[in-house]
Design a protein. Structure first.
Length: 361
């Protein structure tokens, strides 16, 4: 397989550190540039993350001595150095939109972890197992941007990864309605317990903007490409409540669902067990072998035990049973900074390379 030179924009942050870590042993991707704010620019990566390295493994050797570039001032330089960039920055939405377009217009594809472009109608928001066909909209986006190589592709919000993958193969039964309550880890807010001691022995029933994303983003994923735009699906209607819980990593969802044509419990489990997406067909390096794992034990999935399943890229499911008001209820779990953030973006980049949307220069 070809090798690709990769830049990480926002490489000093929580998600950026995860990207840097995931590049360490990646068979196709070689970490070539790291950029962040002017506060970090000019320092070595080791200096820039001193005192805030939040990963369980040490800083990769290949990253330590890279001099951090300025994400805004060095766009052209970075675009020349790499084949594409990952982007995960904490800036205002309109600033992120403009920054990502600058990279794309400099002919540098952007695989983004940010939400800024999720609702731009010619920007694909892709979970490789669910909607790989949305990548075809990239040609229309390139036409709008006036680019040959450059484009922006985004991954969806971390919360939806704990329930949308389980609902996806059941869409054929006609999902009438779904209700989800998410129990979201503190790393989703870029925090650890050391940096957010108020979360120990606590629960906060509010995550700004999260409920709207949890209800709406699955509809874009389930939408269709029409005339160079992604038109979102009209249903199924999802209602969501999102809570912050004292868990370091791993978002859990309690899901209730009703169908137009109700399948049996056995049918649902069989569909989950046999479900394979494009990522599995192409055998992408970060793809879990078994995307949806069902646990029969009544006390699973558990965040601490199951979030790292298949490198944190699999979705864990359990407790499927009939409900008194909906047809069924079940529980889902996904690793929010792996499948839900950097890992999901790496898998998307692998799909873009395998399908020829990103070429090495
Ligand atoms: N944490 C998660 O699980 C998660 C999940 C999904 C999506 N996201 C999204 O991913 C993005 C990053 O989140 P995070 O948790 O990694 O944030 P973070 O830890 O606060 O890191 C922010 C990064 O952005 C850089 N940055 C800040 N201001 C900048 C500027 N003016 N110009 C260039 N770079 C700048 C920072 O550089 P310095 O170090 O130099 O300040 C740092 O590298 C956000 O959009 C967030 O909503 C996060």
């Amino acid at each position: 397989m070809k090798q690709y030179k990769v830049g990480v924009i926002g490489g000093t942050g929580m998600v950026g550190q995860r990207f840097v870590t995931l590049m360490e042993h990646h068979p196709w991707f070689q970490l070539t540039a790291i950029a962040a704010s002017p506060r970090s620019a000019g320092k070595t990566y080791e200096e820039a993350v001193a005192g805030r390295w939040a990963m369980k493994t040490p800083i990769p050797e290949e990253a330590k001595s890279l001099v951090v570039l300025d994400a805004e001032a060095d766009v052209e330089k970075i675009a020349d150095m790499v084949d594409f960039v990952f982007c995960a920055v904490d800036m205002k939405k309109e600033e992120i939109r403009a920054l990502e377009e600058r990279y794309a217009k400099a002919e540098c594809p952007v695989v983004s972890n940010n939400s800024a472009h999720r609702w731009t109608d010619d920007v694909p928001m892709v979970v490789p197992e669910l909607n790989p066909e949305h990548l075809e909209v990239i040609s229309a986006q390139r036409q709008r941007l006036g680019t040959k190589r450059g484009f922006i592709a985004v991954k969806s919000n971390c919360s939806i990864q704990s329930y949308a993958p389980a609902l996806h193969p059941l869409l054929k039964f006609g999902i009438e309605k779904a209700l989800v309550c998410t129990y979201q880890a503190i790393s989703g807010a870029g925090k650890t317990f050391e940096r957010w001691p108020e979360m120990v022995d606590n629960l906060i029933p509010y995550i700004g903007g999260e409920e709207e994303k949890s209800e709406q983003e699955p509809l874009k994923v389930w939408g269709k490409v029409e005339n160079g735009k992604i038109v979102k699906a009209e249903g199924p209607a999802i209602t969501a409540q999102c809570l912050r819980v004292p868990v370091s990593d791993g978002h859990t969802a309690a899901v209730f669902v009703s169908f137009v044509n109700k399948p049996s419990e056995a049918e649902i489990k069989e569909i989950w067990a046999s479900f394979r997406g494009r990522a599995q067909e192409l055998d992408l390096p970060s793809a879990p072998k078994q995307f949806l794992h069902y646990f029969e034990e009544p006390d699973r999935p558990q965040a601490k035990l199951d979030r790292d399943l298949e490198g944190g890229m699999a979705i864990s499911l359990g407790r499927l049973r009939p409900d008194t008001q909906y047809d069924y209820k079940f529980v889902g779990l996904s690793h929010n900074t792996l499948r839900g953030a950097a890992g999901g973006a790496v898998l998307l980049a692998e799909l873009l390379c395998a399908e020829g949307y990103i070429e090495s220069k």
